[in-house]
Design a protein around this ligand. Structure first.
Ligand SMILES: NC(=O)c1ccc[n+]([C@@H]2O[C@H](COP(=O)([O-])OP(=O)(O)OC[C@H]3O[C@@H](n4cnc5c(N)ncnc54)[C@H](O)[C@@H]3O)[C@@H](O)[C@H]2O)c1
Length: 322
C-alpha cells in the first residue's frame, strides 16, 4: 500500500489536464476540492444554481433539476463531482419535496447525462445521515441504513440509483459518505460555525439537549484528500466509502475546546430540543462515528489534520472573514 503522500501524488497526476465538472461548485466543500484540482492542473468547470461568481474558471449557472442544463454542462467532461444538494437540518424540514427533487432528482439527471455522454466517473457526495441512529459503532459501510430525515432518504436513494445505473448502463461511480465536515468557508447554520459565531460575539455557545451526543468531525482537507483518492483510483469504481476524521468528541467537549482555542472560554448554555421550533426532543442522532477502515485499507487514506489544528485554522479564518 502506498503512503498517503504517494497516493495523493499519483492521484494528482491522474487529474492533470482532465476535464472535470463540479456541480454545486460554489459550495463549501466543493470550493476546497476545486482549489486542489486547480493546483493539480485539472481543467475545471463549475455548475451551481447561484448567480454570483467572480472567479477565473468556466462557470455555468444552472439548476441540476433541469436536464437540458445538466446534459450540456456534462457533455465533453471526463469526471463529474456531484456536490449540488440542499442540506442543513432546519432547511430540509421546511422543504422536504425540494430536498428529494434536488438531491435525488438532480442525481438522476447527472447519471442520465453521464451515461449519454460517456463520462468516465461520477462521484456522488453522500452522507453519514443514511445510517440514521447507527446500528453499529464505529459504523462501517455495510451497516444496514435507516435514515431518519428526508435528507438521509434522498442521499440513500441517490446512492441506490447510482448502483442501478452502474448495473444497467455500465456507468462508473464512487459514493463518498461524509461525516460532519467543517472548515474555512462553511455556512453559519452548522454547529462549529454556530459556536464560532457565538464566541466571536462574546456569547456562550448554545447546546440543545445534554451535549452528550458524539460526533467525528472531519476537517475539510481530509474530506478532499479521501474524495480525490477514491475518485482517482480504479479501486474506487462502484464503491462507497465513509469519510471521517480521526477524533470523536461530545458536543459539550467541542464547545469547551472551541472556547479554549478562541482564548475566551465560556461554559455553554443548555436548551431543550423543542426550543429550536424544528426538532423534537429525542430526534437527534446520538452517535455518528465512522469506521474508515475501508478507506484506509483500499485507498491508503489517513486523516492528516487533527481536531485542534482544524478548529484553530477554522477559528482564524472565521475571525478574519465572518
Ligand atoms: N458539510 C457536511 O458536513 C456534509 C456532510 C455530509 C454530506 N455532505 C454533502 O456534501 C456536499 C457538499 O456539501 P456542502 O457542505 O459543501 O454544502 P453547500 O450548501 O455549501 O454546497 C451545496 C451547493 O449546491 C448548490 N445547489 C443547491 N441546489 C442546487 C441546484 N438545484 N442546482 C445547482 N446547484 C445547487 C448550492 O448553491 C451550493 O453552492 C453535499 O452533497 C452534501 O449533501 C456535506
Amino acid at each position: 500500500m502506498p503512503t498517503m503522500t504517494e497516493g495523493l501524488e499519483k492521484t494528482a497526476a491522474t487529474f492533470a489536464n482532465r476535464k472535470v465538472l463540479v456541480t454545486g461548485g460554489l459550495g463549501f466543500i466543493a470550493g476546497h476540492l476545486v482549489n486542489r484540482l486547480k493546483e493539480w492542473g485539472a481543467n475545471v468547470t463549475l455548475m451551481d444554481a447561484r448567480s454570483e461568481y467572480d472567479g477565473d474558471l468556466e462557470y455555468i449557472q444552472g439548476d441540476v433539476r433541469d436536464y437540458a442544463a445538466m446534459s450540456s454542462a456534462i457533455k465533453g467532461q471526463e469526471v463529474i463531482f456531484h456536490f449540488a444538494s440542499i442540506l442543513g437540518v432546519e432547511r430540509i424540514e421546511q422543504i422536504p419535496l425540494d430536498v428529494m427533487d434536488v438531491n435525488l432528482g438532480g442525481t438522476v439527471n447527472a447519471l442520465k447525462a453521464c451515461t449519454e455522454h460517456g463520462v468516465k466517473r461520477m462521484v456522488l457526495t453522500s452522507s453519514s445521515e443514511i445510517y440514521g441512529e447507527p446500528r453499529v459503532i464505529p459504523t462501517p459501510e455495510d451497516t444496514l441504513p435507516s435514515p431518519v430525515s428526508v435528507y438521509g432518504v434522498s442521499k440513500l436513494a441517490a446512492e441506490t440509483y447510482c448502483q442501478g445505473y452502474a448495473q444497467q448502463h455500465g456507468l462508473n461511480y464512487t459514493a463518498v459518505r461524509y461525516f460532519n465536515v467543517y472548515g474555512e468557508g462553511q455556512a453559519q447554520e452548522f454547529v462549529i460555525s454556530k459556536f464560532l459565531a457565538r464566541f466571536a460575539e462574546g456569547l456562550p455557545p448554545i447546546i440543545f439537549g445534554t451535549g452528550e451526543q458524539v460526533r467525528t468531525y472531519t476537517y475539510v482537507s481530509d474530506a478532499i484528500d479521501c474524495t480525490l483518492l477514491a475518485a482517482g483510483s480504479d479501486k474506487g469504481v462502484n464503491e462507497v466509502f465513509n469519510i471521517g476524521g480521526a477524533e470523536t468528541i461530545s458536543l459539550i467537549e467541542l464547545a469547551r475546546l472551541i472556547g479554549e482555542i478562541s482564548g475566551k472560554p465560556m461554559e455553554p448554555e443548555f436548551r431543550e430540543f423543542g426550543d429550536t421550533g424544528v426538532r423534537e426532543k429525542g430526534r437527534e442522532v446520538f452517535a455518528r462515528i465512522p469506521s474508515v477502515a475501508k478507506a484506509r485499507s483500499v485507498l491508503g487514506y489517513r486523516s492528516r489534520i487533527g481536531l485542534r489544528e482544524g478548529l484553530t485554522r477554522t477559528y482564524d479564518w472565521y475571525s478574519k472573514n465572518a
